[in-house]
Every structure is written in C-alpha cells, then in structure tokens.
Design a protein around this ligand. Structure first.
Ligand code: ARG
Length: 385
C-alpha cells in the first residue's frame, strides 16, 4: 500500500462524513476495511454510494464547467462489472439513449472497471474524445471537409478499418465510430446505430437563406477521454454528459477558424458588409449563429442553455457552495462565455483554480502524476484519534 492511496482514501471518507453521507462510526469502520484491503491487495472497491457521490462531486469540482449547479442530479450508471467489449458498447448505447431522452437531456455518467493501481492499467479506456464526433477529410486541393478537430482521429479510425462514405457521399457531418482500447493496448471500433443519435438542423428564425449553410449538430456532448478519480480509485473509462450551452456550438464549433470557420459565410448570407473590420461583421455573424443555434434546439425540443442563463445558474451554484461552507473554485478563461463575456458577471470576478478531488483529469495529467502534487490530505487518519 502506498501512502498516497491511503491518504486519498482518508480524504474521500472525510469528505463523505463532512457532507453527511455517513456517520463518524460508519467512516471509522469503512476506513479500517479500506486499510485492510489496501494492505492485502494494494486496492479497494468503492461502494455504490461512494461511486455515486464521488462522481457527482467530481462534476462539482470541475473548475472549467459553468453548468455545475446541477451536480447533485447526475445519474450514475455503475458498469464496473462489465468484462467484454460487447458489454462496453452496449452500455455506451444505453448511456446515449438515457442521456438523449428524446431531447430532454439528462446528465449522466457510466463507470466502467477502474484501473488496477499496481499495474496502472484498466480493462478498457475510451480513446474517443466524445462518444459523438464528426469526421474530417482533406480534399485534393488541400481544403478540408468536416470538423478539423477530428482529422487525426478520423485517420486512425480509417486505419483501424472504418469505411468512410465515398468521396461523393461525404458530408461535413459524418459521425465517426467510438474507439475503445483494451488492456492489451489494442484499439477497437464500434459504429453507433443511427437511430440512437439525435441531431439538430440549424436554421435561423428570420433568415430562410441561413439553412443553405447546411449546418447541424448533435444533441448531447458526452466527454469520454477523461480519467475520473474518486478516493484514489481511477476510472479511465467514465464517459459523462450534460447538455450544451449554445456558445459551445454557435461560437466555437461553428465560429472558430480552426473548426467549421463559418463567420464569412454567415456574414454573406445575412448581408453584412465585410469590406472592413469596423462594421463588426464578425461579431454580428457570431451573434446570429448563436441565435440560430438557440432557435433550432428550441424548435427541435432539445434542451440547451443560453450563456446568460448559464452564468446566472453558476452564480446560484457559487452561493450554494458558500452556504455549504465550501470554497468555490473556477477557471476564469473557461467560465467566461466566448460571446459578450463582459456582459456576464463571471467576467468581473476572480476564481481560485485549485482542483479538489474527486475530479476529472486529462490522460496526460494522470500519466504525469508522479511529478504532480496531490490535493489529498496528508495529515494522517482523522478518525483514529
Ligand atoms: N465544448 C464541447 C463541444 O462543443 C463539449 C464540452 C462539454 N459541454 C457540456 N455542455 N457538457 O462539443
């Protein structure tokens, strides 16, 4: 047993106690159990309650997330027992179906088997950044079709045997298969059934021509390449979702130069004067793109939040956290919306960037963990005194 593991387990049991999820007696008994298990096998198994609360707190602790007000409502699917790839793909499909819910998006997370701390490997890890992703292709003239963000991932899918549509049939929005890596390092693909995936066609409330841009987006963002850490137990396969904020799609996915790069096309279709920067045609195009995303999701009956409401919800989250006696953390550059930032309150605040645990980490952060400091308490066992 390493001191780290023990400290992390203690810190998590302390959190459960502080948050009223167990009594002092329960916590003491549980820690003894964990100590024994760590001594015997260098690992311990989280209870269902620990997994559920731990995953929700990981959301609460996500300093880049503006939607954290809803952390207590996240549905946790416990799939720690799955053994085969087929079961993994089945569970991912169930997650998508549950989360999509015909447009009434439900926040959810699916926990697959955790890492074995002695070997640092788990039976499965999801390679896809999100479960739903659009392919990117380079045309002969060097231009690109699709989402440039996924170019190398698309290549890897093709190398692994994914058959992209023929060049004539390709669209900017071809869904890619999901990629999962097994413990032996091999990567496997799974094509998701079309009927499972809800997409929204983007139109503008006042401009018929806007539809000619041919834009659409999927309803549910399901981040799948992060590592969840609960009490020192690491889950390298723990896909989670909330619902979208409109700027993620309208400002970033469609507006960014290195993504769908639609500002010029939008300005032209809306008749904005692009002859010089001082007409603010870029800014106007951004606003209209976001208007279109809000309008289209509403029309399709798909839940999505606008950035002003999301910031208000975050303010409420900040108040509730303060009331609960917890310090609010956050990362300014991620919390401030990419549109009209200064018209929202978060712009005018400062945030503490401490990443408390449980939390979600990037793969690279976890791989570099030897050199990174842990947030776990190192003050020894608070229950044994
Ligand atoms: N920004 C990412 C995207 O546009 C999704 C990140 C997670 N977003 C969320 N609302 N939970 O696909």
């Amino acid at each position: 047993m390493t001191q780290d593991q023990r400290d992390e387990a203690i810190a998590f049991q302390t959190l459960l106690l502080e948050e009223g999820l167990c009594t002092k007696k329960d916590a003491e008994r549980r820690l003894e159990e964990i100590e024994t298990s760590l001594a015997e096998s260098d690992s311990y198994t989280l209870t269902t309650l620990e997994c559920t609360h731990g995953a929700r707190v990981a959301w609460r602790n996500s300093i880049r997330c503006i939607g954290r007000l809803f952390w207590k409502g996240m549905h946790v699917f416990d799939k720690r027992h799955v053994q085969t790839l087929e079961e993994v793909f089945q569970a991912l499909e169930e997650h998508i179906q549950f989360a999509t819910n015909g447009g009434a998006i439900r926040p959810a997370i699916t926990l697959f088997p955790p890492e074995d701390p002695t070997t640092g490997t788990a039976p499965f890890r999801i390679v896809s950044h999100q479960l739903l992703r659009y392919a990117a292709y380079t045309n002969d003239d060097g231009s690109m079709l699709g989402d440039p963000m996924n170019l190398s991932f698309t290549h890897e899918c093709i190398e692994l045997g994914w058959k992209p549509p023929t060049p004539e049939q390709r669209t900017p929005f071809d869904l890619l298969p999901v990629m999962v890596q097994t413990a032996d390092g091999r990567r496997h693909l799974h094509e998701l059934p079309k009927e499972l995936i809800l997409e929204v066609t983007i139109e503008h409330p006042d401009s018929k021509a806007f539809s000619n841009l041919g834009l659409k987006w999927y309803a549910v963002p399901i981040i799948s390449d992060m590592v969840l850490d609960i009490g020192g137990v690491r889950f390298p396969a723990a896909p989670f979702n909330g619902w979208y904020m409109e700027t993620e799609i309208g400002a970033r996915n469609f507006g960014d130069k290195q993504r769908y790069n639609q500002l010029e096309a939008v300005a032209d279709i809306m008749g904005f004067d692009r002859s010089n920067e001082r007409t603010l045609w870029r800014d106007k195009a951004l606003v209209e793109l976001n208007v279109a995303v809000l309008h289209s999701f509403k029309k399709a009956g798909v839940k999505l939040v606008d950035h002003h409401t999301a910031v208000e919800q975050h303010e409420q989250f900040e108040r509730l956290e303060a009331e609960a006696g917890r310090a609010v953390t956050g990362e300014w550059s991620w919390l401030v919306p990419p549109l009209s930032g200064s018209a929202t309150s978060v712009f005018h605040k400062e945030f503490d960037v401490t990443e408390h645990k449980p939390n979600f980490f990037y793969r690279e952060q976890v791989d570099n963990r030897a050199s990174s400091a842990s947030n776990a308490s190192s003050s020894g066992c608070p229950f044994s005194s």
